[in-house]
Design a protein around this ligand. Structure first.
Ligand SMILES: [Zn+2]
Length: 427
């Protein structure tokens, strides 16, 4: 089984890859993300730690100012290492740091250490040449194609490589009721809720035929419960646009627009990807809503029986509750994207429990949730290791025969994604 998993290509159902031209830059590539934070992708070895591993280091006590200092890319690799060293040592065994190590090992044959970071740094900078996305994703990570939820081109990225980087249509900030850059593109002067619905219609007509799914990451700012609205919230919308809406009014507008967009996505044959479970980074107030993500979704799922909901990240740490949801509702699918580095042992256990209680046709197994392909590589290593461990474990427990496990490998690694999402579309 391990050899079969190693030899089988993934369809990768969740990344945040920036376009290759931005990753080639010798200077940090900075961009603003919808919830008011900005991100910078740096060149060099620190790129391996960016995002997730760096959050673990901050959790271990790395001062955020030191994280910014390292990301400024004006220190040499050993100076960067010195700043990070005690915190990196504290986090050596987390999945996020293991994924970074696995990238360095797979790409350059080097362990991530004080005496190798300068060499890794030089090789990272040499790797980022035109064409390296395809080579890195296909050859080093064994990925046939990726689904990308662009963070820097919203709501839809016109990718230069649409066959390799299939794009999600992002519902946030769209469903928050205000999207200045998109409104400008449509030429619609938004005065009323009906005008805004015309903006949304324009957006779906233009992008949905080329999108692979719609993606909603609003768990980063609010609970997932959505109240059905009897009448369009026209007045609340006007107050929201004037910056006068109460929290309740804002919620009413968001809920109404969300339901509206789920209807449009379903009409266009697009599955609905929802962020569930843990939130990346540090110190977010919305973490308090984590405990009710799964329960909050029951009414949403019931109200849209014809939509396909892809619940991401195994809703960790509420993955056992998620099993009940996916077992119960025919229109729910689970995606293990990010899970193999987020909570590696839970992911192995979850995959086993999933296969022993829910249809194997409803499990998507891989996404690195990464901004650059270098990071995807390490995650793909952990994911293959984890999936093989899960299947081998079920063979050891005499739950699966080896032949049954081998039959599941292509289903889990690409077959389910091929069946559940629209066929590749271009033009
Ligand atoms: Zn993501």
């Amino acid at each position: 089984v391990t050899a079969a998993v190693d030899a089988t290509p993934w369809i990768d159902t969740h990344e945040h890859l920036i376009e290759e031209r931005h990753a080639l830059s010798v200077a940090p590539y900075e961009f603003a993300v919808w919830r008011g934070v900005s991100e910078a992708v740096v060149p060099g070895w620190v790129r391996l730690l960016q995002g997730y591993a760096m959050s673990d280091l901050i959790s271990a006590g790395l001062p955020p100012a030191a994280a910014l200092r390292v990301a400024a890319d004006d220190l040499d690799p050993r100076e960067q290492w010195e700043l990070l060293d005690p915190f990196l040592a504290a986090c050596r065994s987390t999945g996020f740091v293991r994924a970074a190590e696995a990238s360095a090992l797979r790409l350059f044959g080097l362990p991530l250490r004080a005496d190798t970071c300068a060499e890794i740094d030089a090789q990272m900078r040499a790797l980022a040449r035109p064409g390296y996305y395809r080579a890195t994703l296909r050859d080093a990570a064994g990925i046939e194609r990726c689904h990308v939820n662009s963070l820097d081109a919203d709501p839809f990225c016109e990718s230069a490589m649409p066959d390799l980087l299939q794009q999600d249509l992002s519902l946030v900030p769209l469903v928050l009721g205000c999207h200045p850059s998109l409104e400008e593109r449509t030429g619609i002067d938004v005065m009323t809720l009906d005008d805004y619905l015309a903006v949304i219609r324009w957006c779906f007509e233009r992008y949905a035929p080329r999108a692979i799914a719609v993606k909603c990451p609003w768990a980063y700012v609010r609970p997932l419960a959505v109240e059905p609205t009897a009448d369009p919230p026209d007045r609340a919308f006007l107050r929201l646009r004037r910056g006068e809406a109460s929290a309740t009014e804002r919620r009413a507008v968001e809920d109404f627009l969300f339901d509206h967009c789920i209807g449009l996505a379903t009409a266009h044959g697009l599955p609905v990807k929802l962020h569930t479970g843990y939130l990346a980074s540090n110190g977010l107030p919305a973490l308090r809503h984590l405990t009710t993500h799964v329960a909050d979704l029951v009414d949403v799922i019931l109200r849209h029986p014809h939509a396909t909901f892809v619940l991401m990240h195994m809703a960790w740490p509420h993955q056992e509750q998620l099993l009940a949801l996916v077992k119960h509702f025919p229109n729910v699918v689970v995606d293990l994207c990010w899970a193999w580095s987020l909570a590696p042992l839970a992911a192995v256990e979850f995959a086993q429990r999933f296969l022993t209680c829910a249809p194997a046709t409803k499990l998507l197994c891989f996404g690195g949730d990464a901004v650059t392909p270098e990071a995807v590589v390490g995650h793909s290593v952990l994911a293959r290791r984890g999936l093989a461990a899960a299947l081998n474990g079920l063979i050891d427990r005499a739950w699966l025969t080896e032949a049954e496990a081998l039959d599941l490998v292509p289903v889990l690694m690409h077959g389910n994604a091929e069946r559940l999402f629209p066929a590749p579309r271009t033009g």
